[in-house]
Design a protein around this ligand. Structure first.
Ligand code: GAL
Length: 413
């Protein structure tokens, strides 16, 4: 970003009227996020209640829609001089230009006081918050995208056993269809289709090929035989989701919860929806990390950033909130509700359900991968999501999709 633009941006932000007000009995902080489904709202309430319990006030800035909708709104508010006091973004590179422009609060003193370098696991999550040795966000959870969620009611009504891996699922799809059940629930948004693409790729192409593309950005691997098999598997999955006419991810999850669909490939934030629906893992639904074939998970998820502010009372409150979000008791209450894994390994998660225990075991065994948000720039991620949206909603051939994908990887940054 040019120095002229940087100074203009910084000037705008610092003189902006703060998005908060300092009150005698505490500090109001406006916090933006995109957690608006039933499960997400229940989880973010854990953060809000903890902050309000300190005598301060959480002003909820929920933005409806997916991260793809919310992020441009969040970023334009910060750049435009109307900053919130705190905001959710994903782990990774979404805030790198805001940090470089000096628009986000340096939290290094809070991180050092809280020993974040010793407690955050995996350490890659704190590295994703760090630029030039300074820490600009507080990681709050680990979400992984390589899960399939299966409806016991759907399989029971079709007279079938619940699958134990992706291959058994695809083999069951014909019988589900005959029973009038949608095999694969899918919201019609590129980021959701990209989650399915990523999970199927990891399961079908395998870890080595996945690493070659997602970590080494090797376009030759993307053009190779392992990815040919993966794109053919995705084309087959497209057929299983052809009748899924919902938009939002949680509407697709609801199709599984209500037994209208056999399964959904979605991140483990889907847990929150099953919890709100009072469904029990192992009784009402099953979850298979790595689609039951390759039990590794990526370290996606969320971190909170704090736009710079010229009021010392606000800045102090922002740092107090950052420390609160990673504190042991808040980590337990928030992640149990969110269905995500905590970012610290020194807390008691024994009350987590079977799916979270599967994730915790994989994490403890080191079966973790960087998420796409950490590997690729937002520009590359959006190109891949646009390709997936086109691939899943048309009769585009697997070969054409693979060629287009390899070209994106060849130019990925
Ligand atoms: C992700 C976020 C999750 C989840 C999901 C769906 O980007 O990390 O917390 O809420 O979006 O909204």
């Amino acid at each position: 970003m040019s120095k002229i633009l940087k100074s203009a941006l910084l000037g705008t932000a610092l003189t902006a009227a703060t998005a908060t007000a300092v009150m005698a009995e505490g500090v109001e902080l406006e916090v933006t996020h995109w957690w608006t489904s039933g499960g997400e709202a229940a989880a973010v309430a854990k953060f809000a209640n903890a902050w309000n319990a300190t005598g301060n006030t959480w002003v909820d800035g929920a933005i409806a829609g997916s991260g793809g909708t919310a992020r441009p709104i969040i970023i334009s508010r910060i750049i435009g001089g109307d900053p919130m006091a705190a905001t959710q973004l994903n782990h990774g590179r979404q805030a790198e230009e805001l940090i470089e422009a000096g628009l986000l609060l340096d939290l290094t003193d809070v991180a050092e006081a809280g020993g974040w370098a010793e407690i955050v696991n995996p350490s890659s999550l704190l590295e994703a918050c760090t630029l030039d040795g300074k820490i600009y966000c507080v990681p709050v959870n680990i979400h992984s995208a390589q899960w399939i969620w299966l409806s016991h009611a759907a399989y029971k009504s079709a007279g079938l056993d619940v699958p134990t891996d992706w291959n058994e699922f695809t083999a069951s799809a014909g019988s589900l269809k005959e029973a009038g059940i949608l095999p694969l629930a899918m919201g019609q948004q590129g980021w959701q289709q990209n989650i399915a693409f990523g999970a199927i790729t990891l399961a079908v192409a395998g870890q080595e090929a996945w690493n070659g593309v997602n970590i080494d950005k090797n376009a030759d691997v993307a053009r190779g035989p392992e990815y040919t098999a993966a794109f053919e598997a995705v084309a087959a999955a497209r057929d299983l989701a052809a009748e899924s006419n919902v938009q939002d991810w949680n509407m697709a999850t609801n199709l599984v919860i209500t037994g209208q669909a056999g399964a959904q490939i979605m991140g483990d934030w889907a847990q929150g929806e099953f919890s709100v629906a009072e469904q029990v893992e192992g009784k009402d639904y099953s979850c298979l990390p790595g689609l039951g074939l390759n039990p590794v998970i990526d370290t996606g998820g969320d971190a909170f950033y704090f736009p710079v502010n010229d009021d010392p009372a606000i800045t102090a409150a922002q740092k107090e909130l950052a420390a609160l979000l990673i504190s042991p008791e808040v980590q337990v209450s928030f992640n149990l509700a969110k269905g995500s894994l905590p970012v610290r390994g020194d807390i008691d998660m024994s009350t987590a359900n079977g799916c979270m225990q599967k994730g915790l075991k994989i994490l403890a065994n080191g079966g973790v991968l960087p998420s796409g948000d950490i590997s690729f720039s937002q520009d590359t991620t959006l190109q891949i999501e646009d390709l997936q949206a086109q691939f899943w909603s048309s009769d585009m051939s697997a070969a054409d999709a693979q060629a287009a994908y390899a070209d994106i990887i060849a130019n990925a940054d």
